[in-house]
Design a protein around this ligand. Sequence first.
Ligand SMILES: Cc1ncc(COP(=O)(O)O)c(C=O)c1O
Length: 388
Amino acid sequence: MSYLAKNYNRKKISFLKGKGSFLVSKDGSKYLDFVQGIAVNSLGHSHPKLIKTINKQAKKLWHVSNAFIIPEGEELAKKLVKRTFADFVIFQNSGAEATEAAIKIARRYFFSIGKPYKNRIICIKNSFHGRTIAAIHASGSKKMTEGFGPKVSGFDHFKFGDHEKLKKLINKNTAAIMLETIMGEGGIKLIPDWCLKELRKLCTKKKILLILDEVQCGVGRSGDFFAFERSKVKPDIVPIAKGIGGGFPIGAVLMNKKVASGMVPGTHGSTFGGNPLAMKVGSAVMDIIANKKFLDNVKKNSKYFHKKLNKLQEDFPQIIKEIRGRGFLIGLKLNEEQSFFIKKLMDNKLLTIRAAENVVRILPPLNVKKNEIDKAIQILNKVCKEYY
Ligand SMILES: Cc1ncc(COP(=O)(O)O)c(C=O)c1O
């Protein structure tokens, strides 16, 4: 008997411990974990530096109120600002909170410059920005919003790739365009660099804000610190979460000086957001991931993985339609519904997870070893062979 509500369709397995790319289940079986908490454990399980950091801080100070200056938060904010487009940061505890805060910041900016009517946010239909009431309406998916009461207004949607519709949606009430740079839950769909550049130009021309949700694709997952970096585009607001905590719940919103000007005392807050324990872990993650050598290695190893996966697709076109994604945010788009395939991989001790459009999502830790990639390829090959 489980006393947990049934809002998840959980697989009948649980794990006792984890190390690096591996998880050990209750019965002692070892699984290659290419889910990593859905892009959360960016440095794998039980990373020694994170264990050391959390133990040390746990003995000093866990939590103080944001009513006081929190040096650990100042330190992480500085690291994020020095490394990115941002001038300021607000800390949260999750991705949905971060996207919610991003929406608030965009609206508040226009309010603060005397244009409160500019409050609508344009998003991609069936994207994913989290599960709060506002975030589900930003995502614009019937599955997520059905049964949750009155529609939260203020969001307009266009289909992925429908640039004409997007342009038509912009009007005097538009505050921002908010998109995932790489759609995760939606099926690992990339917004191409040329498109990001056009989006930036469009937002600048129309004097609206560009919000890029990097909760899933950010913090090194794409091979760059942010997935949009390669395009050289500078967004105005970027919500992050998942990977920045390496397994510890942290969310954050990064923003430029212009939009931060609206966030005066009292406009936003969080009891837990920015607590010393979380901030120390985030800082330790930053020290490792923001390093050029580390990211070069993510690029190199993920390129190797993609090459092997493309070969797999060539060998089994009847099963795999397409390899999607960048860096270690990878999607195998199958010709058919993917749950059977995911189950077979799991039976062979490789953990993966679904995404929309028949996609098998593969999310290794960013520090995955080459021989672990080879092992995953070997399992994928075996399952493809057995499958047909
Ligand atoms: C792009 C994106 N934004 C927001 C969220 C919500 O994050 P959380 O589940 O931490 O609230 C997710 C989670 O999958 C996500 O992928």
